[in-house]
Design a protein around this ligand. Structure first.
Ligand code: HEM
Length: 214
């Protein structure tokens, strides 16, 4: 049975600050990753692993460093605003919590047996854990990045990572974590495409009292 758009109610899923900061994050992260890979290629931690030139930004080491150091301010500002907004608006508490090992395990089991329901407007435990994981990787990236950028001035931070070389490894693996997150995240969106438009418009239209998008 068809439902006229008049009988559908408009429900807000994502507030404007989340949507704006989320989409700004995509080009910012791409530029950071590609310029970072350019810098890494000049002195790889793992000599057997270098990134294809086509995936790097900047053209040469100096150019990649210039991009990385310029765009990092945008990443830091956007990330800081997102964290502050998430904390003070109650968004993290409301939407990313509660999260318990039991709920995560339950949702992993449901996902593995293709029974995990996706309810628009409510993140499941796997999503919550994954978003915390992305935040943690982002934090580690910024802190380890600061350590390798200004190792003398920020020596207490470098010491916290166990030295300059270890901070480089942390930076590299946190980058790997973000890339893995992004791949799985986009795959999840492709699996449940109805989540995509609300992340742009902020709203969904659904029949009154309908709770699931299934
Ligand atoms: C690589 C960079 C990305 C990062 C770090 C990222 C991170 C996040 C985070 C943290 C959230 C939760 C937002 C919140 O409620 O505060 C989210 C939601 C979402 N993201 Fe991304 N994202 C990225 C790229 C993308 C891309 C490329 C797409 C498009 C295919 C996308 C589509 C979505 C959608 C549709 C949601 C809402 C999911 C839902 O309602 O169930 N994201 N993302």
């Amino acid at each position: 049975m068809k439902t006229s758009s008049a009988s559908l109610s408009k429900i807000r899923l994502h507030r404007a600050p989340v949507r704006i900061m989320h989409w700004l994050n995509v080009p910012i992260l791409c530029a950071m990753l590609m310029s970072g890979w350019g810098i890494y290629n000049a002195s790889p931690i793992f000599p057997a692993l270098t990134f294809p030139t086509a995936l790097t930004l900047g053209g040469w080491l100096g150019g990649s460093i210039a991009w990385h150091l310029a765009v990092m301010w945008a990443l830091a500002a956007n990330g800081l605003l997102y964290i502050l907004w998430g904390l003070f608006s109650g968004h993290f508490r409301r939407d990313f919590l509660p999260l318990t090992p039991r709920s995560a395990l339950r949702d992993v089991k449901l996902a593995l047996t293709f029974r995990l329901e996706h309810r628009l407007g409510r993140y499941n435990a796997i999503q919550k854990a994954f978003y915390w994981f992305a935040l943690l990787c982002g934090l580690l990236l910024v802190l380890s990045g600061l350590s390798i950028w200004k190792p003398v001035q920020l020596y207490p931070l470098v010491a916290l990572f166990g030295g300059f070389d270890r901070a480089r490894y942390v930076h590299f693996f946190a980058m790997g974590g973000i890339v893995m997150f992004a791949v799985v995240h986009v795959a999840m969106v492709v699996t449940v495409p109805s989540t995509f438009l609300p992340m742009i418009t902020g709203y969904i239209r659904r029949k009154p009292r309908e709770t699931s998008d299934e």
